[in-house]
Design a protein around this ligand. Structure first.
Ligand SMILES: NC(=O)c1ccc[n+]([C@@H]2O[C@H](COP(=O)([O-])OP(=O)(O)OC[C@H]3O[C@@H](n4cnc5c(N)ncnc54)[C@H](O)[C@@H]3O)[C@@H](O)[C@H]2O)c1
Length: 371
């Protein structure tokens, strides 16, 4: 909370533990938030958001009424009160007090819903990916640039305390010139209870929907977008499981960057629990960083050195949402997970997916044009 001074009285107004009567006079910093899409992710974000100081969650919306109601119950349990909606356009039209929206609807809805919410002037925290095609991504970015509100995208790992500290270390030259990033995301299959995850026309397939987080981190570490993607992927184990599945269950990617750096990333769903998990390693001329551990090792010495990590006990979702609220208060239109970085990450994921489907190297220009 750098620029905002919370008086004791204002903090009391915001705290869910304080009786409603004492919270009835909102201070100028109070931000009223609506949640749209309160399924798996929306609920996780809501649990984090009710802990952010100075926030009142005033509305929950889902086309499945029961989910919006369940989310409103979570708000009540945290000491607040939220109106329940099934139509976000009606909600925005009628509940004028809403300052900001957190959007966690399926990927194929992002372009239309992002634009609709930005156009009515609300601040928007929208889940990744930006959209499913380069053209749609650019439409969202244009809407964000023209919007009155702040636009932040769900790349919460940028705010994860360890990864954030690691990235500052890399950008300050701690490991010298970044030469290569090596990542794995190995785990079990996607959640069977969420059918749209298995339909590539709805989620853009698993690079765009899942691998995108790690690609975003690596490209952030390197500092520019890749120029070429080479890739291979497919479905080796979960063939037609669940029935009608069109998304892959494994792939491997190599990206080349204009400064000579390379990214090497593999992702699959065959891992027994806890077998190999997630690794995000960045190698430089002077040493290597383990992003998730917030630690590094000089190239010529043995022994991992812990980086200084602020807020090490805070989780990435909380930090990302707290940053969103702080950006609204301070008018910062350049969040860490802003429209432009989300565009780059989404285009990179689309580029790799195209390389897999078309079995050939794909250049950045082919997906991004001259953008
Ligand atoms: N950043 C992350 O780490 C992370 C993790 C998981 C999911 N996600 C993203 O979050 C989003 C949601 O994923 P999920 O796993 O919660 O899926 P989900 O299917 O569990 O939840 C989506 C919810 O949106 C609702 N919905 C659909 N259209 C709507 C509309 N027009 N108005 C209101 N509600 C609507 C659905 O009924 C559902 O409850 C996706 O974009 C996904 O990529 C991000």
């Amino acid at each position: 909370m750098s620029e905002t001074k919370f008086t004791r009285r204002k903090l009391m107004q915001f705290s869910p533990a304080v009786p409603a009567i004492l919270r009835s006079q909102p201070g100028p910093e109070l931000i009223r938030v609506a949640f749209v899409g309160t399924g798996n992710r929306g609920t996780a974000l809501l649990r984090a958001m009710v802990k952010v100081p100075g926030v009142q969650v005033v509305a929950t919306c889902d086309i499945v009424q029961e989910r919006a109601e369940n989310a409103a119950k979570l708000v009540s349990e945290a000491g607040g009160s939220a109106r329940v909606w099934t139509d976000f356009r009606r909600m925005l039209d009628e509940q004028k007090e809403i300052d900001a929206v957190v959007l966690a609807t399926p990927d194929y809805t992002h372009k239309d819903l992002d634009i609709a919410i930005l156009e009515v002037g609300k601040h928007l925290y929208a889940e990744k990916p930006l959209a499913l095609t380069p053209e749609d991504c650019r439409m969202v970015v244009r809407a964000a640039q023209q919007a009155k509100g702040i636009f932040q995208v769900g790349f919460q790992l940028r705010h994860d305390p360890r990864r954030n500290a690691a990235m500052k270390f890399i950008h300050s030259g701690g490991i010298g010139k970044v030469l290569m990033c090596h990542g794995i995301r190995h785990g079990g299959d996607l959640p069977r209870a969420i059918p749209w995850y298995f339909d590539r026309t709805k989620c853009g397939d698993i690079v765009v929907d899942q691998g995108i987080h790690i690609l975003d981190l690596f490209t952030w570490a390197i500092g520019t977008h890749p120029v070429r993607a080479m890739a291979s992927g497919g479905t080796n184990l979960f063939i037609n499981e669940p029935p009608g599945r069109t998304v892959m269950d494994n792939y491997s990617l190599i990206f080349e960057y204009p400064n000579g750096a390379r990214v090497n990333f593999s992702h699959h769903y065959f891992d027994p629990p806890g077998f190999t998990g997630i690794r995000e390693l960045v190698f430089g001329s002077e040493g290597a960083v383990d992003l998730a551990a917030g630690a590094w090792q000089p190239r010529t010495k043995k022994g991992l050195l812990k980086l200084e990590v602020r807020d090490a006990d805070k989780d990435a979702n909380y930090m990302s949402l707290a940053a969103f609220i702080e950006n609204i208060r301070t008018g910062n239109r350049k969040p860490l997970n802003d429209a432009e970085s989300a565009l780059r990450a989404t285009l990179q994921a689309i580029m790799a997916t195209r390389a897999i489907y078309e079995r050939r190297p794909v250049s950045w220009e082919e997906v991004a044009g001259t953008a």
